[in-house]
Design a protein around this ligand. Structure first.
Ligand code: GMT
Length: 367
């Protein structure tokens, strides 16, 4: 198939899923065309992968350059030029609206179905905002196929938007050969990791509070990987609590598969999380996640078996779990192995990618 993929090409989880999906599809012999305003950050050069930039020209009259329209034009143009079979957009706003326009622009001459994958904040935060609600609902209803990355997100979408078209749950996935435990790389000091875009929904300050509690019992470090609006506040809190020398702020990093195996525990104290891709990648590397019991996270983490789930903002409880893991090597080893096994047996690329291929075939009327 010839597949057009659109995503936010930055560090967000939806962009990562879209990029990894495109690369896996190309490995399976499909031709994949990324259409976006920048080259997706994790996109490697490989056979069958193409990138088409969307240029948004500005004009003094525009207070806000209309990216959604420029994207729709580019999608239609690339679809004709590259004979695309299907468009797959990640994150509803505004990508599914652009895809809907591109499909409409071409419909006299050819069919261009589109699939929308819902990732999380496109539904739980942005989509429910009054200014975007009607168009988000409409574009979901207009999609030829819709997928959600967890059962929880599917239910929320149906409840909040009242959409009637079927939504297929296709969980996030991980390549368990790229993301794998490397015991020889594990840091000599007990190390907790957090990876995110440091937005308020991630509650990054809780990571510092958890470290403060853990350090009462274990001489542990914390690696904060990523960047975003709450990084400054996090650095300030670490200084105020006298912890700055135990916290390393890495900033944005591309080589996550090399960093993860160095840690022991992954902290995910989010306020809301539709799935928790960072936790899955960590589990594949044998780290044990300590996360909040929110959204789709319980679909990934089996509390007490492959990780721990505690309440949002309950730093004491999350710290107690981390302390237990960092002070009991046998427990850590057992849970790390269970986490790795879950990644391999339930969320491995080979299991999930065919589900997307099946969805494309269905919207193309091939199955
Ligand atoms: O909100 C984010 O952290 C970024 C967001 C995105 O769409 O870029 O991530 C969401 O999608 C990821 C990949 O599907 C999921 O693993 C994350 O759980 C989800 N984030 C939230 O729901 C907060």
């Amino acid at each position: 198939m010839r597949i057009g993929i659109t995503c936010y090409p930055t560090y967000g989880g939806s962009g990562i899923v879209a990029t990894e999906l495109g690369m896996e599809l190309a490995k399976r012999g499909h031709q994949v065309h990324f259409i976006s305003y920048a080259n997706p950050i994790r996109l490697g050069e490989s056979e069958g992968i193409f990138y088409h930039e969307v240029e948004v020209s500005n004009y003094p009259l525009f207070q806000f350059p209309p990216y959604c329209l420029a994207l729709a034009s580019r999608m239609a143009e690339v679809a004709v030029m590259e004979k695309l079979d299907v468009l797959h957009v990640h994150y509803a706003i505004p990508h599914s609206v652009s895809a809907m326009l591109a499909r409409g622009m071409l419909e006299k001459d050819r069919r261009l179905p589109f699939v929308t994958t819902l990732h999380g904040t496109d539904i739980t935060l942005v989509g429910i905002d009054r200014s975007y609600f009607p168009i988000t609902k409409y574009s979901i209803e207009q999609s030829d196929g819709v997928t959600a990355i967890s059962e929880n997100l599917r239910q929320q979408t149906e409840e909040v938007f009242g959409v009637k078209n079927p939504i297929e749950v296709i969980h996030n996935f991980v390549c368990t050969t790229t993301y794998r435990p490397q015991p020889e790389k594990r840091a000599a000091r007990k190390t907790m990791l957090h990876i995110s875009n440091f937005r308020p929904v991630k509650r990054v300050l809780d990571c510092i509070r958890i470290l403060a509690e853990v350090r009462r019992e274990v001489d542990a470090d914390l690696w904060m990987i990523g960047d975003g609006p709450d990084r400054g506040a996090c650095e300030k809190l670490a200084s105020e609590l006298g912890l700055i020398r135990y916290v390393r702020f890495w900033g944005k990093q591309n080589n996550i598969p090399a960093l993860l195996p160095q840690g022991h525990v992954l902290l995910l104290p989010s306020e809301s999380e539709s799935f928790g891709l960072a936790a899955l990648e960590a589990m594949a590397c044998g780290l044990v996640p300590v996360a909040t019991r929110v959204g789709g996270v319980p679909e990934l983490i089996d509390d007490g078996v492959t990780g721990f789930l505690r309440g949002v903002g309950d730093c004491a409880a999350q710290a107690a779990c981390a302390t237990q893991l960092l002070s009991d090597d046998k427990l850590h080893e057992r849970m790390g192995a269970a986490a790795r096994a879950a990644a391999e047996q339930r969320f491995n690329t080979d299991l999930i990618i065919p589900r997307y291929e099946g969805m494309y075939k269905r919207v193309l009327g091939q199955s």
